[in-house]
Design a protein around this ligand. Structure first.
Ligand SMILES: NC(=O)c1ccc[n+]([C@@H]2O[C@H](COP(=O)([O-])OP(=O)(O)OC[C@H]3O[C@@H](n4cnc5c(N)ncnc54)[C@H](OP(=O)(O)O)[C@@H]3O)[C@@H](O)[C@H]2O)c1
Length: 341
């Protein structure tokens, strides 16, 4: 079977990756082998091959955490899946050694262990979930990280309520899922982007309001104006870094900032005064667990919600998907088709 492998860390994908022939992974007790149909990219996948995400990456490494495929074989003691089931990978993986000592719990696909940009993958059954029937393989391949992170930020601890105003930064994977989940929750949404054309697409997807950061560099002031000076109830913070002080200004007293991304840097210099005086709740989000994934899938099914796939690349052209992501061109998700259809 073929797989992409990060052989060495580099700035450009063509220097880091090779497409290689590998043996079909065996299936042990508690494990499931999946024939991968599609995989999708997240911003962190750029950081990983550049060595900016985890200093000691176990190389060689198959990249990507998010994928959908068909169960091909199951090992002894597998209870949840049979061959033919359509499944998606979970971001966090546990040990397949169900009776043994186990690995540390925070093993993630495409980083601490081999990921899904491969024709076949073997994972513990706890590292998979069944996918909603109404989604294509390519759509279902986007749920693992981007979908679940947005779901966790809006719907799990202290869920949003109908009528809340949610500020969504950017129009990438997490942000467009956040727009969709906020919409089915009856929230008002304000979407920020650097690009007018992406904001037009966000409007068509149901964004209540949009704000181009080029036209409104001090967007926090405009957000306050549009909320009659009150501020928004929740911020989907994918910028982090130097953008965080603006979010502290844009959020209402007692509002929440869900810290998800670090697009404008990991370090931030903020005054703690607004945090104290406005009793702002800052919450770090790290994707979400398997139970959350199952709850998200049920909500997607009931609401007929379909992820936004911007572009699909054949397996042989996967590196082009990396380049497009790197140029910040994507609206929603970029997907690699691994096996037909
Ligand atoms: N904590 C977690 O669990 C978690 C999970 C997933 C992602 N993340 C993080 O969340 C952030 C977004 O991830 P993603 O996968 O959704 O990314 P993505 O698909 O690449 O989207 C990022 C979006 O942010 C906007 N943006 C603004 N400034 C940017 C800049 N300097 N560089 C790139 N994009 C910029 C862009 O929207 P416009 O072009 O419309 O401005 C872009 O589409 C990343 O920092 C990622 O590491 C965290």
């Amino acid at each position: 079977m073929k797989a992409y492998v990060i052989r060495n860390l580099a700035n450009e994908p063509e220097q880091a990756f090779r497409r290689e022939e590998m043996g079909t992974p065996p299936v042990g007790p508690g494990e499931v082998r999946v024939r991968m149909c599609a995989a999708s990219l997240n911003f962190r996948d750029l950081l990983i091959f550049r060595g900016q995400y985890r200093p000691s990456l176990p190389l060689p490494l198959v990249p990507l955490s998010d994928g959908c495929g068909i169960v091909e074989a199951v090992g002894d003691r597998v209870r949840q899946f049979v061959p033919g089931d359509r499944v998606a990978t979970t971001f966090f993986q546990e040990s397949s050694d169900v009776g043994g000592e186990g690995l540390p719990s925070r093993i993630t696909l495409g980083c601490e262990r081999d990921g899904v940009l491969a024709e076949r993958v073997t994972l513990p059954e706890t590292g998979l979930v069944r996918v909603p029937d109404h989604l294509s393989d390519q759509e279902a391949s986007t749920l693992t990280c981007a979908g679940l992170t947005a779901w966790n930020a809006l719907m799990e601890e202290d869920p949003v309520r109908p009528g809340d105003t949610v500020l969504i930064q950017g129009t990438g994977g997490v942000s467009i899922f956040a727009l969709q989940f906020a919409r089915i929750s009856g929230c008002r949404t304000i979407v920020l982007s650097r690009h007018e054309d992406k904001l037009d697409r966000a409007k068509k997807l149901g964004a209540s309001e949009t704000l181009c950061t080029g036209a409104f560099p001090e967007w926090e002031k405009e957000v306050r104006k549009r909320t009659d000076g009150r501020g928004v109830d929740r911020v989907i913070e994918v910028m982090g870094g130097t953008g965080l002080p603006r979010s502290l200004e844009a959020v209402r007293s007692g509002g929440r900032i869900q810290i998800i991304g670090i697009l404008s840097g990991v370090a931030s210099s903020v005054s703690l005064l607004p945090v104290l005086m406005k009793e702002i709740r800052l919450r770090g989000i790290l994707v979400g667990d398997r139970e959350m994934f199952l709850r998200m899938n049920r909500a997607m099914e009931v609401n007929g919600l379909v992820p936004v796939v911007d572009r699909v690349y054949p397996f042989e052209e996967a590196l082009e998907a990396y380049r497009v992501l790197d140029r910040g061109e994507a609206f929603g998700k970029l997907v690699v088709r691994i096996s037909p259809p």
